[in-house]
Design a protein around this ligand. Structure first.
Ligand code: PMP
Ligand code: GLN
Length: 380
């Protein structure tokens, strides 16, 4: 069989989680919480498990859930509500939404602008559609978009620009000025926008999360993605969604119906029971900020140097005081196997494995887990 992705290995998240399990390491590598979803959500799931709705959900998602997503979007971002009938598509995690958007819009030979470091699926998923990822690096070490370079990367062949804020893996957050710049750059083009906002509720220090939906010139060309896996500490449920204008959503649905057809009915029913309650997500910025701050405090007694994290549940760190000349992959593996704490090397987020000597920690963990990890890291 001739591979369509011959140069692609197993995703770094799977690799590090397996290595962590083999060595009994504390897993601060893969991004997932080690605590449960809110009780209201798991109780709702239990209730529905005993109910009567166990068959296929409607292809674009349960109508009630789509209505709640639309209403929540309008309330949180102060924008006109997306039409739940035409603009909201429930997907199997943001992962399926990413795939469906790329399959829907990228034609062979198209270029897609990707800001690096980038979530590991972006490049391969573009290439599977016959597209060419055009990588533009974020600035180092503060990981800001360089709008001049982004503008220069856009050609008549650019079908799509992909952005992610709050950003995985760096924790950087777009400002209003960033979005304004992007709107200005895209205005004279036919280019679509994919805005990956799965960490929309994890933004710290009183910063707002600004959504592409708040910029009308962007919204009309945007696919905006979110994930209930992140918002409800339920990454294993694999429920997310895509918001886009009717003509764009119609194309996403053409793909979605032939990838999964529809999303788990029970999960959608349970999420619909809690989503109307603002309290089910408005505590998240303070909740995750407390974890970031606790982790930062605990790490002060180690020889790691933390970079700032403005959002997401990730934190980058330099390790040169511990291992001055080691590449990030070797260091991440050794940290997992010898020190018992798993992390992700940041080079895994670059198509050409650019190594800035950084590793990523996930701090969406119980305080006791963060303390136990820091105790191990203090020995280094
Ligand atoms: N985009 C980004 C930036 C992510 O970090 C993740 C989660 N790892 C996803 C998309 C995928 O989300 P989901 O788990 O809902 O498929
Ligand atoms: N988004 C998570 C991360 O960045 C992991 C998702 C996955 O394992 N595919 O760690």
């Amino acid at each position: 069989l001739s591979s369509k992705l011959p140069d692609v290995g197993t995703s770094i998240f799977a690799v590090m989680t397996q290595l962590a399990a083999e060595h009994g390491a504390i897993n601060l590598a893969q991004g997932f919480p080690d605590f449960n979803p809110p009780a209201a959500l798991t109780e709702a799931l239990q209730r529905h498990t005993l109910g009567a709705q166990h068959q296929y959900a409607p292809m674009p998602g349960l109508p009630r859930l789509r209505e709640l997503i639309a209403a929540k979007t309008a309330a949180v971002y102060g924008v006109p509500a997306p039409d739940p009938v035409t603009d909201v598509t429930v997907t199997t995690g943001a992962t399926e939404a990413l795939y469906a958007v790329l399959a829907a819009v990228v034609q062979p030979g198209d270029e897609v602008v990707v800001l690096e470091p980038a979530y590991d699926l972006y490049g391969p998923a573009i290439r599977l559609q016959g597209g060419t990822p055009v990588y533009v690096p974020l600035t180092v070490p503060d990981f800001r978009p360089d709008w001049e370079r982004i503008k220069a990367a856009i050609t008549p062949r650019t079908r799509l620009v992909m952005v992610n804020t709050p950003h995985n893996p760096t924790g950087a957050v777009f400002t209003d000025a960033d979005w304004q710049q992007l709107a200005k750059i895209l205005a004279p083009t036919q280019t679509f926008l994919l805005s990956d906002e799965v960490y929309e509720h994890m933004v710290f220090d009183e910063r707002p999360h600004r959504s592409a939906l708040q910029y009308p010139e962007l919204r009309e060309r945007a696919f905006v993605l979110s994930s209930f896996g992140k918002t409800y500490h339920a990454t294993g449920w694999k429920v997310g969604y895509c918001l886009a204008p009717p003509a764009l959503s119609a194309e996403v649905r053409r793909v979605h119906q032939f990838v999964t057809f529809s999303v788990s009915t029970l999960s959608q029913l349970a999420i619909a029971d809690v989503l109307g309650d603002v309290a089910s997500y408005d505590y998240l910025p303070a909740f995750m900020q407390q974890k970031r701050d606790l982790f930062g405090e605990l790490m002060r007694d180690t020889r790691f140097e933390l970079l700032p994290s403005e959002g997401s549940y990730f934190q980058l760190a330099r390790y040169q005081r511990i291992a001055p000349n080691e590449d990030d992959v070797t260091f991440a593996r050794r940290l997992t196997t010898e020190a018992g704490v798993a992390v992700v090397p940041v080079s895994a987020f670059y198509h050409n494995q650019t190594d800035h000597g950084l590793v990523r920690f996930c701090f969406a963990k119980q305080d006791s887990t963060l303390r136990a990890a820091a105790e191990r890291l203090r020995q280094l």
